[in-house]
Design a protein around this ligand. Structure first.
Ligand code: ADP
Ligand code: GLC
Length: 497
């Protein structure tokens, strides 16, 4: 048996974990990456806010520490337990009044950000530093790995702690899943954060007169990474930098890109319990049955000889879905069909639904969030479209590859790093996995859709590209190795324990 004593103790700090609480791909990553690191020999624990959807699933709870009121909570407790699906250990922060609210983790039931989000997520960061300080006598992290702005202040609290003790206590890694979500608050809240005043500077927490959680992580984490190599380059300037290009350049030597993996157990066409039938790369006939079953479920005409396109996505401006809207008529007129699953911007919900209302045999739309439906749609479709304006990594193109559903993507961020365009050369070399378009405009999208129709008309070639996609190694092993290398690069040199 592996000796736990020698394992590297890593604390992952985040605000959502699949399948308990998920608003996007972040939750998929914070479920699967820690589990992969654990399999790779790390001693991993999670630290999360005590959101009811997380707390109700955590088993074998026991109290680690009890603290006086802080950050607006009437009491603060640190509780330890086990996440049943992965068996991972998790600390959560119980803070009555702070986390136990209806709505999602960040916004209330009216869609407004909670007014005290700076305190709610400051407490998460503050608690990371307390664990580094030794709050849990039995387990002290040597690495703190935070995800997105929610964890950003952890790096300031840890830096402040180390400054006060004049010692390097823990290595720190900050993963940016999306530069556009920054956790910016009025500069006037700085006084509520319990940070040394010298940190309120352009080199630290301050961002044009505001407190920025994301910038804080960028400023104080030992190493920073984004979720794909291309996105790591893109955030140095222009629109993608979201105003933070200066600090990104300043930290360039510590910045890298590590492409996400996917949970190949959850996303496995050979054993997916929600599909009409299972299939694999060698025997793909089951996919045809999945397609028929899906067409029936969605009320589409079946059989239908043209390709079936799908989208499974948040309807946010990031996702470039106006290009899909603009391609629907083209798809229908050429004899294809389209299924859209998602929710978000109202005008898109309305426009997609109107179109499906007009052509119910060729287009179907489901507004909402439905995990099982997402599996069935991806399995039953021929093409999955991800035409994002920008995309730090993106996961649904990977799900498409795994399910023999060719991704059609804009060449940006992680999409550029994960899909190989069908060209005469790549088809010949058998490296093609999907359709990639260069310019973010309707004519490039139209061209990509036309190319999908053309390839679909040559079944042998289609089959070969499908097989190539299904063969890709998409699990978390490679990324886990790369994260371990980052951890080793930031480990405190002289810490005993
Ligand atoms: P982002 O995190 O930017 O939304 P990703 O592609 O990284 O984009 O992750 C999105 C995740 O959310 C994927 O797991 C995808 O399957 C899932 N998803 C998005 N919309 C829906 C939906 N309406 N129903 C089910 N799953 C969805
Ligand atoms: C963010 C990004 C997405 C990425 C996901 C997981 O939500 O928008 O591109 O796949 O995080 O890292």
């Amino acid at each position: 048996m592996r000796s736990r004593k020698q394992s590297l103790r890593v604390l992952h700090v985040c605000s959502e974990i699949f399948p308990y609480l998920k608003t996007g791909g972040l939750a998929d990553v914070t479920a699967a990456l820690p589990a992969a690191l654990s399999r790779a020999g790390c001693d991993v624990r999670m630290l999360v806010p005590g959101f009811p959807d997380l707390v109700k699933h955590i088993r074998n709870k026991h109290l680690v520490a009890e603290l006086p009121p802080r950050f607006g909570a009437q009491a603060v407790r640190l509780i330890y337990g086990i996440l049943p699906e992965t068996g991972l250990s998790a600390y959560y922060i119980e803070a009555p009044g702070l986390y136990d609210r209806p709505g999602n983790p960040y916004i209330d039931i009216y869609g407004q950000s909670y007014g005290d989000n700076h305190r709610r997520f400051a407490l998460l960061g503050w608690m990371s530093a307390r664990l580094v300080e030794g709050f849990d006598f039995f387990w002290r992290p040597r690495i703190v790995h935070g995800h997105d702005w929610h964890s950003g202040l952890a790096f300031a609290y840890i830096r402040a702690l180390e400054w006060s003790k004049s010692r390097h206590l823990a290595g720190t890694v900050f993963t940016i899943h999306n530069m556009a979500y920054q956790g910016n608050f009025s500069g006037s809240v700085f006084g509520e954060l319990d940070l040394p005043s010298w940190m309120y500077s352009p080199e630290g927490v301050e961002f044009y007169g505001q407190v920025s959680f994301l910038k804080t992580g960028l400023a104080y984490a030992g190493k920073i990474n984004t979720v794909s190599p291309t996105y790591a380059r893109e955030i140095h300037g222009g629109e993608q930098a979201c105003g933070l290009g200066g600090i990104v350049w300043r930290r360039d030597g510590d910045l890298s890109g590590i492409l996400n993996g996917i949970d190949t157990d959850t996303w496995n066409p050979a054993a997916d319990p929600v599909l009409a039938t299972t299939y694999n790369a060698r025997s793909i006939t089951g996919k045809k049955q999945c397609r028929l079953a899906l067409q029936q479920e969605m009320g589409l005409r079946s059989p239908n000889s043209g390709p079936l396109f799908c989208v499974v996505s948040r309807f946010a401006s990031q996702k470039g879905l106006h290009l899909v809207l603009g391609a629907m008529e083209q798809i229908r007129k050429k004899g294809g069909q389209i299924i859209i699953v998602g929710s978000g911007e109202h005008y898109l919900e309305q426009a997609f639904s109107d179109y499906a209302g007009r052509y119910p045999q060729q287009a179907a739309v489901r507004i909402g969030y439905d995990e099982a439906l997402a599996h069935r749609v991806i399995a039953g479709s021929d093409v999955i479209m991800v035409p994002s304006r920008y995309e730090p990594c993106g996961l649904t193109q990977f799900y498409g590859l795994r399910y023999g559903t060719l991704p059609l993507v804009h060449r940006v961020g992680g999409l550029a790093d994960s899909v190989t365009d069908c060209t005469p050369e790549t088809l010949l070399e058998k490296t093609a996995t999907g359709f990639v378009f260069e310019h973010f405009d309707q004519s490039a999208m139209t061209d990509a859709v036309n190319r999908a129709f053309d390839l679909f008309a040559t079944p042998a070639q289609w089959r070969s590209v499908q097989r190539q996609g299904m063969k890709q190694k998409l699990d978390w092993k490679r990324a886990a190795r790369e994260y371990k290398a980052l951890y080793n690069a930031v480990l405190p040199a002289n810490r005993i324990s």
